[in-house]
Design a protein around this ligand. Structure first.
Ligand SMILES: [Zn+2]
Length: 91
């Protein structure tokens, strides 16, 4: 059974990613993730019409999970929990 995305807060994902990829710059990673999050929240979609996958889009450009990985469905792959990762609710 595919379980779908595992939601993760932006901060937590940055920590995880940096632990696995020590060469990656924290500010650069956060900037790329924020860019993809902003695009997702604007309603931008992959060229195939699916919603974009923020984490993958931060690495390879704005695309959906399937176009990035070649897999039909996510299986415990992380996705940024946008509702807990933005300041939008505070405005
Ligand atoms: Zn796609």
């Amino acid at each position: 059974m595919k379980t779908g995305f595992t939601p993760i807060r932006l901060d937590n994902y940055v920590e995880l990613h940096l632990r696995a990829n020590p060469d990656v710059g924290r500010a650069d990673l956060a900037e790329r993730l924020r860019h993809a999050m902003a695009a997702s929240q604007r309603g931008e979609r992959c060229q195939c019409g699916q919603p974009i996958w923020i984490i993958g889009s931060a690495e390879v450009g704005l695309s959906c999970f399937t176009c990035i990985t070649g897999e039909a469905y996510p299986d415990e792959d992380y996705e940024i929990d946008v509702t807990k990762s933005t300041n939008a609710a505070e405005h």
